[in-house]
Design a protein around this ligand. Structure first.
Ligand SMILES: O=C(O)CCC(=O)C(=O)O
Ligand SMILES: [Fe+2]
Length: 203
């Protein structure tokens, strides 16, 4: 049955594992979410990262920006070390809203800008050593609803999908990065812009 709801057009897949994910629609109201989306698109210094993989230059299929207290700007081209951008009032406000739900004080946020259905993030888990073991990550989405898919690393047929709505909150709990991968797939359907924020603790 689970297979049927995976990548479903509408609604969340049934029985989203509570120990891995917590989803809340309407976390930020529509009017504020509309304003924040426009502002982020206009004012964030977006970059498109170029990574060298097996001697080939691969352009990340989305735009990114990194904000935080300290650390490295992971949206900078590979090999170039840069500081993250300093917090803005909007990002600090959202950080203040997510922290009580996550039970974590975050010190950085990665912003992703998916301009249309061609923009995506491939299957991965966020397990960089700078995030420490079993990181908790809080995700807030604005704009186009996109499917956030997860699959078990040990059994790719074990999978779920959450539709991340405008102004929604998704908590990726500590076990998710360890045992599961996630992605936002490309879509052949016309897709409007989407901005996603993932609050993280960098150590
Ligand atoms: O856009 C999203 O919802 C997820 C982004 C993500 O997984 C990441 O940046 O690591
Ligand atoms: Fe991720």
């Amino acid at each position: 049955m689970e297979q049927l709801s995976f990548f479903a057009e509408a609604g969340q897949s049934k029985g989203l594992p509570e120990e891995l994910l917590e989803y809340r629609a309407g976390f930020i109201d529509t009017a504020l979410s509309d304003a924040l989306l426009q502002r982020f698109i206009r004012e964030i210094p977006w970059k498109q990262k170029v990574q060298t993989i097996y001697d080939k230059e691969v352009i990340t299929p989305r735009l990114t920006a990194w904000y935080g207290d300290f650390g490295t700007d992971y949206s900078a081209p590979s090999g170039k070390v840069a500081n993250p951008n300093p917090w803005t009032p909007e990002l600090l406000m959202i950080k203040g809203l997510v922290e009580p739900l996550a039970g974590v004080k975050f010190n950085s946020v990665l912003l992703n800008y998916y301009r249309d259905g061609n923009d995506s993030v491939a299957w991965h888990s966020d397990r960089e050593s700078v995030l420490g073991p079993r990181p908790v990550i809080a995700s807030v989405s604005f704009g186009q609803v996109r499917s956030f898919d997860i699959r078990s690393k040990s059994d790719h047929s074990e999978k779920y999908s959450v539709r991340l709505e405008h102004g929604s909150f998704l908590l990726m709990k500590s076990g998710l990065q360890e045992g599961w991968e996630h992605r936002v797939a490309k879509s052949v359907k016309p897709m409007r812009p989407r901005v996603n924020l993932t609050f993280r603790v960098v150590i």
